[in-house]
Design a protein around this ligand. Structure first.
Ligand code: GRF
Length: 222
């Protein structure tokens, strides 16, 4: 990719879309991406408003209108492909994807997950961290594979857990850091610095044996 080309991106959401907002904000400054569309399975997702406000195309594909997961994912894949993205970013897209859909976008689909994967795959990560008494938590950006929240890791941020935290305070602390690491990982891909090859993540030509990591300091990661 040359300096003037922007990476065509489609973002999939189901809800608030604060990660989408971080991506939009970065694109409006210097992140070299072209957000071709935002697709939601939820008609009421607030992220759709964020996209419209930014002048980004939106589509709603309501899963309730489809008889099964296979037919929904076929339609979703066709819709996403119609925008010819080179990268698909799951940003709070709250659906389990079929293997067929994942294979269709293998190596060009990212997810952000609010935990230090491989710890705490799935839902309710913040409460599970508190229940376990962990002193540290975080978020991860990874390539999507058929294994739920199990794909090759690109970038993580570590966040402290404080004694008086509840799930909401912890979630808020993690979310601010998600807004930093997701655009960062997308940037690496847009700039051709990170890619998936044969199931391995490469960064600047070197195989990543462990994810890159950003440190949390007070209100910002450095
Ligand atoms: C984030 O915590 C993300 O890690 C998870 O879902 C949440 C989405 O939040 N996958 P938002 O819609 O981006 O605000």
């Amino acid at each position: 990719m040359t300096g003037t080309e922007k990476l065509p991106l489609v973002v999939l959401i189901s809800g608030s879309g604060s990660n989408l907002q971080a991506i939009i904000d970065a694109a409006q400054t210097d992140l070299p991406i072209d957000i071709r569309a935002v697709v939601s399975n939820q008609p009421e997702a607030f992220g759709l408003e964020r996209a419209r406000k930014a002048g980004v195309e939106t589509r709603v594909l309501n899963h309730r209108a489809y008889p099964d997961r296979e037919s929904y994912d076929q339609a979703l894949g066709d819709l996403v492909e119609s925008f010819q993205p080179r990268l698909v970013a799951l940003a709070g897209f709250m659906r389990i994807l079929t293997p067929k859909f994942v294979q269709r976008f293998q190596g060009r689909m990212l997810n952000i997950h609010p935990s230090l994967l491989p710890k705490y795959r799935g839902l309710h990560t913040h409460q599970r961290v508190l229940d376990a008494g962990d002193r540290e938590h975080g978020a991860s950006v990874h390539f999507v594979t058929e294994e739920l929240d199990g794909g090759p890791l690109i970038l993580q941020v570590r966040v402290p857990v404080y004694p008086d935290d509840d799930a909401d305070t912890l979630a808020a602390r993690v979310l601010t850091q998600e807004h930093i690491i997701y655009p960062t990982a997308i940037r690496w891909i847009a700039e051709g610095r990170v890619a998936l090859d044969d199931g391995m993540v490469y960064k600047d030509g070197q195989r990543l044996n462990q994810p890159e990591s950003l440190c949390y300091t007070a209100d910002q990661a450095v």
